[in-house]
Design a protein around this ligand. Structure first.
Ligand SMILES: C[S@@+](CC[C@H](N)C(=O)[O-])C[C@H]1O[C@@H](n2cnc3c(N)ncnc32)[C@H](O)[C@@H]1O
Length: 260
């Protein structure tokens, strides 16, 4: 997952969707938690590098060597601090003012492991440290608006040299266990339409209802501070929101181990 062609095309597809929208929210969150931050699942640095450019202190962590390599290649003079590790069991040896998990990365992790992951995140925060999470609800797949089992053109974008990049997707949805299995086929085509490169990848995603995330956070000793829908920080999160961002804080006196 997130290697080879999938890594190379990751930023191009996000860019085509205007997904830089999350940057503004991240900045607001980091301003509320000044100090060194850590992005879990930083990938090729799509969000991390613009934040470094703006003067924020933020390290990155990812388990994909290909994504981290792209991040280093794109980093110019910044030399970001990058950790190659799984989010499941990372140990950076430091604590942070803030930890971020943007761009739906949390949903790639097995649900059963989330309590232990939140505990580990808390151990990597200073008291008063903030946790930022963005997840999405796959409404089109859940409601049947998109046809299950049928391949469709999920993303298409063009390179300046005339090549085309495509991602075809087919999905299966397991409504009771809240799982979405997506099979992606990535392609690069020449300006004449000749297939130059292709690769496949399967993602197992869990969707989480906001109250489930809120409970996981509370159980791990966090206090939920903000819930934002579809990156619109000015309006209350509405019931049909597709993207849900949560900002929480860990206060030492809320630590369940200390209260026990
Ligand atoms: C959707 S991409 C987001 C990348 C980046 N945050 C962005 O906004 O462009 C998810 C990233 O999480 C990484 N990832 C997925 N599962 C992971 C895991 N268990 N541990 C560490 N990184 C993981 C992938 O390699 C990928 O770079």
């Amino acid at each position: 997952m997130y290697d080879q062609l999938e890594a190379t095309l990751h930023d191009a597809f996000w860019e085509a969707e205007g997904a830089g929208a999350e940057l503004g929210l991240l900045e607001t969150f980091l301003n509320d938690h000044p100090g060194t931050a850590l992005e879990l699942g930083c990938g090729s640095g799509r969000l991390l590098l613009p934040l470094l450019e703006k003067g924020y202190f933020i390290e990155g962590l990812d388990n994909s060597a290909d994504m981290l390599e792209l991040c280093r290649e794109h980093s110019g003079d910044h030399e970001p601090v990058l950790h190659q590790s799984g989010i499941e069991d990372f140990q950076t040896g430091a604590t942070y003012a803030a930890i971020t998990i943007p761009a739906f990365t949390l949903q790639l992790l097995p649900y059963e492991q989330l309590p232990a992951i939140f505990e580990n995140i808390r151990r990597h925060l200073h008291p008063g440290g903030g946790l930022y999470i963005t997840t999405f609800i796959p409404w089109a797949e859940i409601t049947g608006e998109l046809e299950e089992g049928e391949e469709f053109l999920d993303h298409e974008t063009y390179f300046p040299d005339g090549r085309t990049a495509r991602c075809h997707t087919r999905f299966q949805v397991k409504r009771i266990s809240q799982q979405l299995i997506r099979e992606h086929r990535y392609e690069i085509l020449s300006p004449d339409g000749e297939l130059l490169e292709t690769s496949d990848s399967t993602h197992h995603l869990t969707w989480l209802w906001p109250r489930e995330i809120a409970k996981l956070l509370t159980d791990a000793g966090f206090t939920l501070q903000k819930m934002i829908g579809d990156f619109e920080s000015e309006a209350p999160c509405d019931e049909d929101a597709q993207i849900v961002t949560m900002m929480a804080e860990w206060q030492e006196d809320c630590d369940p181990e200390r209260l026990a």
